[in-house]
Design a protein around this ligand. Structure first.
Ligand code: ZN
Ligand code: ZN
Length: 125
């Protein structure tokens, strides 16, 4: 059954000559690096048993969706001014939030000061 993917780097002849334990070259669809995959796996891919296999050189490339989600963005702590990174999924949920805190201490300290400010402004009235 010859049903190659566009990233396969071998011919039908090479495939037929290879033993099931032999490795055949495929091109990573993410980074373009060539890596070797067992013929048995290639066969499973072509038959549709493992449609997600033999496409990537590594697990890192195999999970582009995950790595995208894990990509961090850099924000500045509203309390101490320290720059720190956070996950954009969190950022998205708090898009309206203007303040970022690097740690719980900063968050607590900032809210304490806000409460203090609020109380002060009320008492000075
Ligand atoms: Zn890759
Ligand atoms: Zn901070």
């Amino acid at each position: 059954m010859w049903n190659p993917r566009s990233n396969f780097q071998f011919t039908e002849e090479e495939y037929n000559l290879a033993k099931s334990r032999d490795k055949l070259p495929i091109k990573c669809i993410v980074c373009g690096r060539v890596s070797l995959v067992r013929k048995a796996k290639i066969t499973a891919v072509m038959s549709g048993k493992l449609p997600e296999s033999a496409q990537y050189c590594s697990r890192k490339c195999a999970a582009p969706a995950n790595t995208y989600k894990k990509e961090r963005i850099v924000v500045t702590c509203s309390y101490c001014g320290r720059k720190f990174s956070t996950f954009p999924c969190r950022a998205r949920g708090r898009r309206r939030q203007k303040h970022w805190f690097c740690c719980n201490d900063c968050r607590l300290q900032a809210s304490r000061e806000l409460i203090q400010e609020y109380n002060d402004s009320r008492s000075t009235k």
